[in-house]
Design a protein around this ligand. Structure first.
Ligand code: ADP
Length: 504
């Protein structure tokens, strides 16, 4: 891949708006105000395209977390948000969506600087997606209703029963680094629509857009204490949020390992919980496909966002009659996906988010090679002056015992395997602890439905991948999660049902 060695991987100059955001002093957004941390500790913010430190954020102390939880508790208990007429809440949320759109360019750039994702991708996917979550859920604010029931074993003339849908309370919402703004909005939107209050913690690697979001939350007119945004580490600040007795619900997106830990940590206080965790999503390519469409599609399924996507199509199963053509077609996309600095307008793939992630992904690739996998494409890191780039990688000659086949790599690495018959491939596709998503590529609608019904996954895509929509429920089977986000189910996850039974 000579093309890749000639790419200039020097990060571009930041805009004035981005520089201003990077220069702000590290603070937390608690109770409608920007406040200093009680502890004074900070965390460096790094641009993974260059490896340079570009800003600092607060490392929240226990006291900071307690202060944020207290603000959210008071704001919930006094009803300043949940008792506001739904039309007013809807208007404020819609204003927030408008503000996100107005600041789209700056937000996309900050995301590019912080995560390493191409600014063009952040502008096309992350920012509009973030606004869509807020806008969609704003509409729900006025459509949350209970029901009336006819009691079954009581006389209807004298007994009356109905349900009320009430907000679950104070929410601790913790998000990862792969889609920071999108995840932040995906979390706060249903909570706000339901009438909850929240403490949101972005990942320590990528907090810049969540902090700008706090400015916009303020400008939109969300009352003080309803949304509190704190930055810091997971094992300290995040852990304190999860265990806090004044928190009623925990919503977490991240690794399965930490999701299991959080699940254990909420047990003592029996909080409501939603977990959206890891995946090792299979992509099944049937013999009847159009290779011209399918090869770029299955490449995008793994290489989008440098493979740092919970639904990444990281296990490819192509029918033996098309296997060679499919992987050759994927290899032809190498130049398109060649990693470039996130502010390079030609970038489709950036670096990985951090040195740690780079080491982790290269470690998996090396383990794959040691275990006997063949490298059909990539398998190495291109030259760069400090950035965390990995070339898009296709491994073949793999078997189900290899760590590259079993474990979530969270990088641009796909393992490609051949299959002969449908029952066999469904069994292999389901042979995983995970069950987040899966893909099927075929022109045979009947086969698509049959395979979709057999795959153990929360979402199955047919002839596409990672098409996620706020109106459609999303979540995992097996060790990929608990509960659903998005759509009606996503709102219900922030509601309690209260039954009222009344003698007339
Ligand atoms: P990744 O492996 O992708 O970095 P993690 O699951 O470690 O993802 O982190 C996702 C989010 O969870 C981050 O915001 C991180 O700070 C937070 N986190 C990590 N450990 C804990 C914990 N013990 N309790 C609460 N939050 C945590």
């Amino acid at each position: 891949m000579n093309e890749q060695t000639t790419i200039d991987r020097t990060q571009r100059e930041y805009s004035a708006a981005a520089k201003k955001a990077l220069e702000r002093s590290p603070q937390l957004y608690i109770n409608g105000e920007w406040v200093d941390s009680s502890g004074g500790e900070t965390i460096d913010v790094e641009d993974p395209s260059s490896g340079k430190i570009v800003s600092k954020i607060v490392e929240a102390s226990d006291k900071d977390v307690d202060r944020a939880v207290a603000a959210a508790r008071t704001a919930f208990d006094d009803g300043r948000w949940r008792n506001m007429p739904p039309v007013a809440r809807q208007k404020i949320m819609t204003k927030l969506a408008d503000l996100i759109e107005e600041h789209a360019d700056e937000l996309a750039e900050l995301e590019a600087i912080d995560v390493g994702k191409p600014k063009g991708m952040a502008g096309a996917i992350d920012v509009p997606g973030a606004a869509a979550h807020i806008r969609f859920c704003a509409g729900w604010a006025g459509k949350i209703n209970g029901e009336t029931m006819n009691p079954y074993s009581m006389p209807g003339e004298t007994m009356f029963a109905y349900t009320l849908k009430e907000p679950v309370g104070v929410c601790a919402q913790i998000v990862p680094w792969n889609f920071p703004l999108l995840m932040a909005c995906l979390k706060i939107a249903p909570a706000l629509a339901a009438g909850c209050t929240t403490i949101l913690k972005p990942a320590e690697q990528t907090s810049l857009t969540a902090l700008r979001l706090a400015d916009l939350v303020h400008e939109a007119g969300i009352p003080a204490g309803v949304v509190n945004i704190i930055t810091g580490y997971g094992h300290t600040g995040g852990d304190r949020m999860v265990k806090h007795p004044d928190v009623d619900k925990v919503a977490f997106t991240g690794s399965t390992e930490i999701g299991k830990l959080i699940n254990r940590n909420v047990t003592d206080t029996l909080k409501h919980i939603t977990l959206e965790l890891g995946g090792k999503s299979p992509v099944v390519v049937m013999p009847d496909v159009d290779i011209q469409e399918t090869a770029p599609g299955v490449s995008q399924a793994i290489f989008f966002n440098s493979g740092q996507v919970c639904v990444a199509g990281s296990r490819l199963y192509a029918h033996k009659s098309v296997f060679d053509e499919v992987v050759e077609g994927m290899a032809n996309t190498a130049e398109f996906w060649a990693p470039r600095p996130s502010l390079d307008p030609d970038a489709h793939m950036g670096p990985l988010v951090s040195k740690e992630q780079h080491e982790r992904v290269m470690g998996y690739i090396d383990a794959g090679k040691r275990d006997g996998a063949s490298v059909l494409m990539g398998g190495d890191a291109p030259s760069s002056d400090g950035g965390y780039y990995v070339n898009p990688t296709i491994l073949t000659d793999v078997n189900p015992q290899m760590s590259v086949v079993r474990e979530e790599i969270f990088g641009p690495v796909v393992v490609a395997q051949r299959f002969e018959d449908l029952d066999e491939v469904v069994k292999d596709a389901n042979d995983t602890q995970y069950g987040l998503a899966a893909g099927v590529w075929t022109k045979d609608a009947s086969a698509a439905h049959r395979i979709a019904s057999k795959l153990q996954a929360g979402t199955v895509w047919v002839n596409c991948h990672a098409m996620i929509d706020v109106a459609v429920p999303f979540g995992g089977f097996k060790e990929s999660g608990v509960g659903r986000e998005q759509g009606r189910e996503g709102i219900e996850a922030y509601l309690e049902t209260k039954s009222v039974i009344m003698k007339l």
